[in-house]
Design a binder for this molecule. Structure first.
Ligand SMILES: Nc1ncnc2c1ncn2[C@@H]1O[C@H](COP(=O)(O)OP(=O)(O)OP(=O)(O)O)[C@@H](O)[C@H]1O
Ligand SMILES: [Mg+2]
Length: 359
């Protein structure tokens, strides 16, 4: 087991920088998710930590040892990719143990480790099968077992679930997390799926264009986004954004007037801001309640235990998520409000959150 430290990492392809001066420290045992849009550099970072890609400058340390110039095989990492590429002519047992047999590990030791990993991943009944006789999810579990049996210091996963259907993804996600709770091996898991990141991570490192935009626990990232980009990237349905201005202690955007708790934000009278309202943080209220936003129901999406209601307010659409959606119909007048502690206010020019440091 090991810490991972990336210091001043830069990576360029043909003179074009894709990672710029990135610093990151991951403590022992932590499960970290690299999250961000396509092309932001998640796989490049992971591959540099694994040693599959050189850094242009900077250092990578694993377990306190500088491994920047070590081969992948000498870093103590095991990586699982999106495409699992099993050996088609080998059984599950042979696929999983191939690396250890080649390294000349003692037979009894291989058997011991094999039984440990296949029991964690529920692969015992499949040991003699060939890959073509298994589902995608089963094959991906074999690929995970093949990585786990090496008992690495660090696990690196690059979108290992993205070829699977939604239900299987959810199941394997839970299995990966359960496996981590047992083994506690330091893990980096790459995804561009924010829900997957929220559910599996101890800490999310949200990347944008080759740099870290914000890092924090799922709760910190969800409830205290440092920028509009983070606020917009996390959460489904997506956050509502409104252009507004600070006026007499309230944030005002057309007919919307939301009281601002004194001292919570760093704001000046008349300042132009962008407001962020999470659909799941709004509640239905009486039309005359303080801060009530009044509109008309446009669309209702039933999500089972709750529903997304899209309302027209001043000619634009705002969405909220409520359990009480069944008593609403299209065309109804509707009033809803956001609790002051859930309002987000961003600088219009920089996109940075204006939340006060000690709020
Ligand atoms: N071998 C390469 N040569 C040139 N450019 C590359 C190479 N590999 C990656 N890039 C560029 O580096 C940037 C980061 O790519 P990377 O694969 O790390 O993104 P990612 O965050 O993993 O995206 P995705 O979610 O699509 O997998 C992209 O702009 C990509 O085009
Ligand atoms: Mg990638």
């Amino acid at each position: 087991m090991a810490t991972i430290t990336c210091s001043n990492i830069t990576k360029s392809y043909g003179g074009h920088p894709v990672i710029e001066d990135l610093n990151l420290a991951i403590p022992d045992h932590e499960f970290v998710v690299f999250l961000g849009p396509s092309g932001c550099g998640k796989s490049t970072m992971l591959r540099m930590i694994a040693g599959l890609e050189d850094v242009s400058s900077g250092t990578v340390a694993i377990g306190g040892e500088d491994v920047t110039h070590r081969h992948p095989g000498q870093r103590g990492v095991a990586m699982v990719f999106q495409s699992y590429a099993l050996y088609p002519h080998m059984s599950v047992r042979e696929n999983i143990t191939f690396g250890l047999r080649r390294a000349g590990v003692d037979k009894a030791e291989i058997e011991r480790r094999l039984h440990q990993v296949v029991s964690i991943l529920g692969l015992e009944p499949l040991l003699e099968r060939k890959p073509k006789a298994m589902s995608g999810g089963q094959q991906q579990r074999v690929a995970m077992a093949r990585a786990m049996i090496k008992t690495p210091k660090v696990f690196l996963f690059d979108e290992p679930l993205s070829n699977l259907d939604a239900k299987l993804r959810e199941k394997l996600r839970t299995e990966i997390r359960r496996m981590h709770n047992t083994l506690r091996t330091t893990t980096i898991f790459v995804t561009h799926d924010q829900l997957e990141a929220m559910t599996i991570a101890d800490r999310i490192v949200l990347m944008r264009a080759g740099a870290i935009e914000q890092q924090g626990t799922p709760d910190e990232i969800f409830d205290r986004p440092a920028t509009r980009f983070v606020a917009d990237f996390i959460g489904s349905p997506a956050m509502n954004f409104l252009l507004g201005r600070v006026q007499n202690g309230a944030a005002v955007a057309g007919s919307v007037q939301i009281p601002l708790p004194p001292g919570r934000f760093r704001l000046k009278e008349g300042q132009e801001v962008e407001l962020g309202l999470r659909p799941s943080r709004m509640d239905l209220v009486a039309a005359d309640a303080p801060g009530a936003i009044t509109g008309r129901v446009q669309l209702i999406e039933n999500m089972g235990s709750e529903g997304q209601v899209i309302a027209e307010v001043d000619g634009r659409e705002l969405s909220l998520v409520t359990k009480d959606f069944r008593r609403l119909s299209i065309g109804d007048a509707i009033s809803f409000a956001i609790a002051p502690e859930h309002l987000h206010v961003f600088d219009r020019a920089t996109g940075r959150s204006l939340l006060a440091k000690d709020a």
